[in-house]
Design a protein around this ligand. Structure first.
Ligand code: NAP
Length: 540
């Protein structure tokens, strides 16, 4: 094979999205040599792949950014309240340039295997281009939503038009002008892409299985006063975000439950929350995500809003979520989503009532109708949280069980950071950590900083091998499930529990206890000399 090289580093990092980029920066700053492998041709991760029209972050741009460099946060200015994908990708590129990160990244290389040799305490990592790297530590930053999922619909590959997935969008963009476009999926991606496609297409047919709760984002140009205020007081805002449940400073920390207020007071607060245009809406009362009756008051408010926005009452009824409590599937943030169904060139098909049976050369077929199409957009989501990790054959030399085998009944980690039996392997925003329930950048920074400090500790104490203890892992998995069970989250058939992938074990993947509480636990574990981990001083 051409250009095959083998080299040794202190740490190998898988992925150069926001997690991988910060890990490169942070570990290098502690004097470690690093090599990152990235499947894309540039940095950005999620924001590199998700180039579909309308792609935009659902955390306000002023908060969805790194906090580790005062210079960086002072010099970068966001142009909109919610940043678009191109702007976030430019930001990622700026960070890579500013800190010279690309020199330690091998692009266009997908890691295929990683094997730990306990005799020498080294991981050997191999890529699809034949590159081999060894390192004492392996850090996965492969993304929680980076393995797009295309449902296996019979005849899919016979389709005569173009097939797209929102999570693997063509770099050159797609011109839908005058075309008949079908969109499958109405999660966050579908809800963002549908209004954009509808504006260009001759006709847009939406194939909806489950209606979703979505809030109007009220996106707008960045308010210069807000930007100025943030820049003056970043330290305060960031400190608040670090200890907030969702890693977002502007989210409320409610003390009242929904029934502490009268119906008219609740209605007033919901109206204010609705006009705010922020996912913090579900935090207006402290019991929205734990008490079904409280949740119903908010869900009903949003259902009424949907009925107000959609002119055709039959279409409004189809778009009204009714099978899960609000907030238990990721709440969506949209621009003109519901209003889009008032257009003459948009139609909605209920594929729960009339399932998609096949795709032919001409288009999509349900059990009662055929829909001729020129293009199909799959907004059908991801093999979330574990997909990218388990896409790599991770094993320990001399041990029968690979990581995929160990996790065959669902992921098992201690603090979402390590898994027993796989030494010196760290997960950034891994299963069992707050990750996807938070502002990802806040969670990424917390993990990278914890890991960097941990690796320094290991080096200064001559520890060569670290591993999660089985009993602490068992206790953490139990705790993650117990906390999830105190909430309404398990009532939704969501990707949070792997319900979107046929055959995927139903395990609650993220930790719902909140970033602040989780951070305190991780810090306490570190303070106690990495309690719950085995630290081995035996040099290889
Ligand atoms: P998703 O939330 O998993 O939604 C997938 C959609 O496809 C669902 O409506 C699902 O229906 C439907 N679907 C899947 N298979 C289907 C089939 N065989 N037939 C018909 N419908 C099918 O995926 P996503 O929208 O890509 O979002 C994933 C996550 O990415 C979000 O929850 C969010 O965390 C993140 N995201 C964030 C943003 C943002 O920041 N604004 C934007 C996009 C994505 P069911 O519900 O019935 O399964």
């Amino acid at each position: 094979m051409n250009n095959v090289s083998q080299s040794h580093f202190d740490a190998v990092i898988i992925g150069a999205g926001f997690g991988g980029m910060y890990a490169i920066f942070k570990l290098r700053a502690t004097g470690m040599s690093v090599r990152a492998f990235e499947a894309g041709t540039d940095v950005g991760g999620t924001w590199y792949w998700n180039r579909y029209p309308g792609a935009r972050c659902d955390v306000e741009s002023i908060e969805y950014s790194y906090s580790f460099s005062e210079e960086l946060q002072q010099e970068w200015s966001w142009s909109e309240r919610y940043a678009s994908q191109p702007e976030i990708l430019r930001y990622a590129g700026h960070v890579a340039d500013r800190f010279g990160l690309r020199e330690d990244i091998r692009f266009n290389q997908r890691v295929l295997t990683a094997e730990f040799d306990p005799a020498v305490n080294l991981w050997t990592v191999r890529t699809d281009k034949g590159e081999v790297a060894t390192a004492q530590f392996l850090i996965t930053a492969a993304g929680c939503l980076s393995v797009p999922r295309m449902p296996d619909i019979p005849g899919r590959d016979d389709f005569g038009g173009n097939l797209y997935h929102t999570g693997a969008w063509p770099h050159e963009g797609v011109d839908f002008t005058g075309r008949r476009v079908g969109v499958i999926g109405t999660g966050s991606s579908g809800i963002q892409v549908i209004p954009q496609i509808a504006k260009a297409a001759a006709h847009c047919t939406v194939f909806q299985r489950t209606p979703n709760f979505s809030l109007a984002a009220y996106n707008k140009p960045m308010d210069p006063d807000l930007a100025r205020e943030y820049k003056q007081n970043y330290a305060t805002h960031r400190a608040k975000a670090r200890h907030a449940a969702a890693g977002i400073a502007s989210h409320p920390t409610p003390e009242k439950g929904a029934f502490d207020d009268s119906p008219s007071e609740r209605e007033k607060l919901y109206e204010i929350g609705w006009n705010w245009g922020n996912t913090g809406f579900t935090r207006i009362y402290k019991d929205i995500l734990s008490n079904l009756e409280a949740n119903d008051t908010m869900a009903d408010f949003v259902r009424r809003k949907i009925r107000d926005m959609v002119k055709n009452p039959d279409v409004a009824a189809m778009l009204t979520p009714n099978d899960h409590p609000i907030g238990t599937k990721r709440i969506c943030l949209d621009t003109d989503y519901f209003e889009t169904y008032n257009r003459d060139n948009v139609s909605l098909v209920d594929v729960r009532k009339h399932p998609i049976t096949s795709i032919s050369r001409e288009g999509i077929h349900t059990d009662n109708e055929a829909y001729p199409l020129d293009a199909i957009v799959f907004a059908t989501g991801y093999d979330a949280v574990t997909g990218a990790i388990l896409g790599i054959d991770i094993r320990v030399k001399g041990r029968q069980e690979s990581l995929a085998e160990k996790w065959s009944a669902g992921p098992r980690t201690y603090l979402g950071l390590m898994t027993a039996g796989f030494p010196n392997l760290f997960f950034i925003t891994g299963p069992g950590s707050p990750s996807v329930l938070t502002n990802m950048i806040s969670s990424i920074e917390q993990h990278v900083e914890w890991i960097a400090e941990c690796l320094q500790y290991l080096r200064s104490s001559s520890v060569h091998r670290m591993e999660a203890q089985l009993n602490s892992e068992d206790a953490w998995v139990t705790h993650v499930n117990e906390v999830a069970d105190t909430t309404l989250f398990p009532r939704a058939a969501s990707w949070y529990i792997g319900a979107n992938i046929p055959g995927k074990p139903r395990v609650f993947l993220p930790y719902v206890g909140g970033l602040g509480r989780y951070r305190a636990r991780c810090d306490e574990v570190a303070r106690r000399g990495y309690e719950g981990f085995s630290l081995d001083e035996t040099a290889a």
